[in-house]
Ligand binder design. Structure first.
Ligand code: WTA
Length: 660
């Protein structure tokens, strides 16, 4: 929890919302914000019912707002029915946005294509008709393993249209990770591409899916639909594999969407927890969509003229809520980008903001930090070399943003005129929870400010009592909210244990982050309180990496910790005990490479340890518990000042202190 504590103590800068923006904002001023909060406090269910009726089209109106009878398995709008995709597409055809651009897609090589709402609707309908014709039925699960593309959105929306529950797997995940997800979801269909294009390179996708399917236990998968992106030669399994274009050939471009229950599982998205395998976070339909749409309007102050750009991948929750669903539900024009921020050079983001006249830009601190470095080295890729005057709001997500990166972003990208919305939320929360509002909140660099209206956030101690201002504690949400996680797929016990611990009463949501509130009530996130790392905004369980390491034939034991990193926020450092003796320098470098490649193959490149250190054993207490606290100190090259008297083997610290 060391992350950012110092910044809280020194940060005194405050940036009021720009008057012109505030005057026209969807939530204009703190009084408007407070009025919404008060409405939610006075009549919690009335507040949510009003919004759900105003914002969404229901094929069967709900009467029941919140069902708490089986808490923490909360249900929202449970007797109502709606179609998520119809709310994102058909609704915009009816309200005059048919010819509005829905997506501006920029490919890795810079090629730009656009689709209007009418065209997107037609493409989703055609693909949905193909799925229906092939016999797929509501409630069945579909794995989507696609690059950033219009097709990824079409696939997700088409699933939603038919009530098929999708599970998108990030393109950087390995065959093994895909296999776990195929098994856990018991998917009946997989949608992939031949390859993806990133940074001028072709990165194969289908081979990983083929490998995953060959690992066994995936007999439920009836078909693999393949989008031809790169023109790459791919192995073909006759009878199982079909090209996207052939799959949807001849299908009509209209489709009458049917309503599904508001609680129907829209998607499952896997995310790392502190123990065991990644958890399948299960989201519902009505409540999730309501929040995706509302937060577009509140946090990003979305107006019809806006050009919205969220740089996340659709394989993460940010890409689900702020690419595949939120912007469409809100009728926005959005940019979708296939490539990477550093290709053809590190000015790519700024050049794209300039050429597409983006007005709202939403990215991750890790991207900002790496672009700071590049632009310090080369003025040509510095934001100052581009016209970014179209921007009016800039946002941050995924990890704590350090005040200096915030200031750089504010000054160089936001031109000191755009509010920075530092949004705190999680895969499990479905959408933004704590964030400044661009037309209301005075921002403080490094703080995600206040809870959105209706979100009852607090900082408590281990027994659930609220701590005093200025004290650190656990971040919790005291009341349910519509977009919350509904279950851990297939594992209700894990759902209860992970998020609603009995020590806090069993009905309060425990976020897993440490936080503190300052004297002005601003929230400051202090980082995870559990064994979850945040590397470049990607969540990784230390246990997950450890179990992969010990599965290697050379390894006897492993401990994984996070070390603060200038660019990636945290970096993975692994302490490894080999079955053979401690290797000499040359051999150590070789074994380290073997193990790094192994982790990459088993989980994905994002999980690769930045550093591996070898020792005869690990620092343990006499009861055999690995002292990770000490390892963290050692990994940072600091002197161990903590009490080591309980250590079984204090001498080991010196050995592990030696970097390769
Ligand atoms: C961290 C991403 C500080 C936090 C949407 C959380 C943040 C985890 C912020 C969720 C922020 C996310 N400030 N920390 N603005 N946003 N986090 O599930 O530790 O990939 O628990 O969801 O990222 O990561 P996830």
């Amino acid at each position: 929890m060391a992350n950012g504590i110092e910044s809280v103590l020194v940060e005194t800068r405050v940036f009021p919302p720009p008057a012109a923006l505030a005057a026209k904002a969807n939530i204009a001023g703190m009084d408007a914000y407070r009025a919404l909060c008060t409405e939610a406090e006075r009549d919690f269910t009335g507040f949510w019912a009003r919004l759900a009726r105003e914002q969404l089209q229901w094929t069967r109106p709900f009467e029941q707002v919140l069902d708490e009878s089986q808490a923490p398995f909360y249900k929202w709008f449970a007797d109502g029915e709606l179609n998520v995709s119809a709310n994102c597409l058909d609704a915009n055809l009816q309200n005059g946005r048919a010819d509005k651009t829905a997506i501006i897609f920029e490919a890795d090589d810079g090629t730009v294509s656009r689709v209007t709402y009418r065209e997107l609707h037609a493409r989703v309908c055609r693909f949905a008709n193909a799925l229906a014709a092939a016999g797929y039925q509501a409630g069945e699960r579909v794995i989507i393993y696609l690059p950033m593309s219009i097709e990824a959105v079409v696939a997700m929306q088409a699933c939603a249209r038919l009530g098929l529950t999708h599970s998108v797997v990030f393109g950087g995940f390995s065959a093994k990770s895909l296999h776990e997800r195929l098994l856990d979801t018991q998917a009946v269909l997989a949608i992939t591409a031949d390859a993806q294009m990133r940074g001028g390179r072709r990165i194969p996708l289908k081979p990983a899916l083929d490998d995953a399917l060959a690992m066994g236990g995936c007999e439920a998968v009836r078909q693999v639909v393949v989008y031809r992106r790169a023109g790459e030669d791919v192995a073909w399994t006759e009878g199982r594999d079909t090209w996207w274009s052939e799959f949807e050939q001849g299908q009509p471009e209209t489709h009458q969407a049917q309503g599904f229950n508001a609680e129907h599982p829209l998607f499952i998205l896997y995310t790392s927890g502190s123990t065991g395998k990644p958890k399948g976070v299960q989201h519902g339909s009505g409540g999730y969509l309501l929040w995706a749409k509302l937060t577009m309007q509140w946090t990003f102050d979305l107006k019809d003229e806006d050009i919205f750009w969220c740089t996340a991948d659709v394989g993460w929750i940010t890409g689900h809520t702020y690419i595949a669903y939120g912007p469409l539900a809100a009728g926005a024009t959005q940019i979708i980008f296939e490539g990477v921020p550093t290709y053809p050079d590190a000015g790519r983001f700024w050049r794209m903001i300039q050429s597409h006249k983006a007005t709202v830009f939403y990215t991750a601190p890790t991207a900002i930090r790496s672009l700071i470095k590049s632009s310090e080295a080369d003025a040509k890729v510095h934001p100052a070399s581009f016209d970014l005057s179209s921007l009016r709001i800039i946002g941050s997500v995924g990890e704590p943003i350090n005040p200096e990166a915030w200031m750089w972003y504010h000054k160089n990208v936001g031109g000191e005129r755009c509010p920075v919305v530092d949004t705190w939320w999680q895969t499990e929360t479905g959408g933004h929870m704590l964030t400044p509002l661009p037309g209301a909140t005075a921002t403080k660099p490094g703080s995600c400010a206040f809870p959105l209206p209706g979100i009852m956030a607090a900082v408590v101690d281990e027994t659930g009592n609220e701590v005093e201002r200025g004290q650190g504690g656990l971040l919790v949400i005291k009341r349910p909210w519509p977009a919350m996680i509904r279950n851990v797929w297939g594992d209700p016990e894990r759902f209860k244990k992970s998020y609603f611990p009995p020590e806090l009463g069993g009905t309060i949501y425990l976020a897993g982050d440490g936080a503190q509130r300052d004297a002005d009530d601003y929230f400051w996130i202090m980082g995870r309180i559990d064994d979850v790392l945040n590397v470049s905004g990607h969540r990784l369980g230390t246990m997950e990496v450890e179990s992969v390491l010990v599965a290697h034939e050379l390894v006897a034991e492993a401990a994984v910790i996070g070390r603060p990193d200038d660019v990636t926020g945290e970096a993975v450092v692994a302490f490894v005990v080999l079955k053979q003796s401690v290797p000499g320098d040359e051999e150590a470098a070789q074994v380290a490479k073997t193990l790094r490649d192994w982790v990459s193959k088993e989980i994905g490149p994002i999980a690769k340890p930045k550093e591996i250190r070898f020792g005869e054993n690990l620092p343990k207490t006499r009861s055999g518990k690995i002292m990770r606290r000490l390892l963290r100190t050692v990994a940072q090259g600091q002197e161990v000042t903590q009490d080591t008297s309980t250590l079984e083997n204090p001498a080991i610290l010196q050995q592990l202190g030696k970097a390769l």
